[in-house]
Design a protein around this ligand. Structure first.
Ligand code: ZN
Length: 483
């Protein structure tokens, strides 16, 4: 290597080493987040999340008119997410997920991991670039038609960008010739980007061409065991949606091109939903219209009830696959007599980005985003008074409050932001806070300077406002569930 180049490389490496591998540490041993400098008033060095520094651009060039980019701006979640600087369109059906969205997504992934691992799921990660050979074996290379994104490598070999991974995971399991019945049920899942060449991408993250999906695949010793696994995944899905505070309906569904015999969809009732559901007013029966003969108004389950139609957004789907893929790819396990036996399979999807957008769609007001509390990007926003106002000195109280919350309530560490844009009025910043939907907004004003300081707390999910002492505030926020 040229000595000058070597010199440059050494410098680059040294810098990387300093900044990435051994970041500067503060007294508490935590790496400093240099993007969020300590506020000027606090004496100890502690990172404070300042709204003025967060990359949440609400002033991006308006692409609302450019339908090629944004699609039809007809749904609430898309409009609110773009206006709040959560997403930005890049090309049809593809979005930049801006930092607040990524924070929310990471929380959503943690909630999903907990439920999937709670029923024995093991997380893996499979390539998005899938060989055409596998898809030709399952005949889905032709069946998928134009929905599949196809490409060729430099050697002329065909590939697709995986929209789902039945072929890939079954091949993986088939390669293990020593899989024992004692290791089953085997539940493998991943949370990765998926690709689908939608003819008309629309509704923001609800129907994109590149999106995140959780896909799980189960391998069982028998049909009976596979149905038990199927049931336990459905229960985990119901727990998961309940945890987010989403009222999902589990409906009988068509198996489509995935195949198999039993299938359910998890639908979130919403006006903009593209699926039509029939729900019995009398019993637990609910189904996708596709599965029933048309214009049916009597309930096939209880016979006496009337079914009513509702629209839904599909946020999850489960399939009992049987031996369809395991037979094709020879995914076997050794049974108790040590004989290779074809495994029984199921597959289970959750539309991760779609769940995020669908939750915003059904929970938000027309003016502001409301999140499932658990996955809000930040839990608390503290508003100090406007600079130069009568109660200017309360801004020190506000900064101290941010520090106290972080120190006293470990679950809120990294969850409290300070809206330091004190050149703006409280009213203007409150409007922004409402648009972004922090579950708790704390206004530090006149009442915080009194002998017994009081803080104005707005719970945005319930639309309640209360005045609390510091203890009352700590008590309220101490009960906030974070993930
Ligand atoms: Zn019924």
């Amino acid at each position: 290597m040229d000595p000058a180049m070597r010199h440059i490389w050494k410098r680059v490496f040294y810098r990387l080493h300093r900044t990435l591998i051994f970041p500067k540490r503060n007294n508490s041993g935590h790496a400093e987040h240099t993007a969020f400098p300590a506020s000027s008033h606090s004496k100890c060095i502690k990172p404070t999340l300042l709204v003025s520094r967060l990359y949440q651009p609400s002033n991006l060039r308006d692409v609302g008119q450019d339908s090629r980019l944004a699609g039809e701006m007809t749904c609430k979640s898309q409009r609110l997410m773009q206006q709040a600087g959560l997403i930005h369109p890049s090309n049809p059906g593809c979005y930049y997920y801006l930092p607040a969205t990524v924070r929310s997504m990471e929380k959503l992934v943690r909630v999903i991991d907990k439920e999937m691992q709670g029923i024995g799921g093991q997380k893996l990660d499979m390539p998005s670039l899938c060989s055409a050979d596998l898809w030709k074996t399952s005949e889905r290379w032709d069946l998928m038609g134009k929905e599949l994104f196809r490409l060729k490598d430099r050697h002329g070999a065909d590939y697709c960008l995986g929209p789902t991974h039945e072929e890939a995971v079954t091949t993986l399991v088939a390669h293990q010739t020593t899989l024992s019945y004692r290791q089953l049920p085997l539940l493998l899942y991943q949370i990765t980007r998926k690709f689908r060449d939608e003819p008309k991408p629309k509704f923001g993250l609800l129907r994109g061409r590149e999106f995140y999906m959780k896909d799980m695949y189960s391998f069982d010793v028998s049909e009976e065991a596979a149905y038990q696994t199927y049931e336990s995944v459905c229960q985990a899905y119901n727990r998961f949606f309940a945890r987010l505070g989403l009222r999902c309906v589990q409906v009988q569904a068509d198996t489509g091109n995935i195949g198999g015999t039993v299938s359910h969809e998890f639908q979130l009732p919403a006006d903009i939903g593209e699926d039509r559901l029939l729900i019995c007013e009398n019993c637990s029966f609910s189904a996708n219209v596709e599965t029933l003969s048309s214009n049916r108004t009597d309930c096939p389950q209880c016979k006496t009830g009337t079914v009513v139609e509702s629209k839904g957004i599909e946020v999850g789907h489960t399939f009992y696959l049987g031996k369809k893929y395991s037979h094709m790819f020879k995914a076997t396990f050794n049974n108790s007599q040590n004989k290779p036996t074809i495994a029984e399979m199921g597959c289970y999807g959750l539309g991760v980005t779609r769940i995020l957008a669908a939750a915003i769609e059904v929970m938000s007001t027309e003016e502001g985003i409301r999140w499932p509390g658990l996955i809000a990007p930040y839990q608390v926003c503290v508003l100090p008074p406007k600079k130069g106002s009568k109660v200017d000195e309360a801004s020190v109280v506000a900064e101290e409050l941010v520090n106290t919350l972080g120190e006293t309530l470990p679950s809120l560490r990294g969850e409290v932001v300070l809206d330091d844009r004190t050149q703006m009025t409280i009213g203007k910043r409150l409007k922004d806070a409402s648009r972004l939907g922090y579950p708790y907004v704390i206004v530090v004003g006149q009442a915080a300077l009194e002998e017994t300081p009081k803080y104005e707390v707005i719970c945005q999910q319930t639309d309640e406002t209360m005045f609390l002492s510091k203890d009352g505030l700590l008590d309220l926020l101490g009960r906030v569930e974070t993930v």
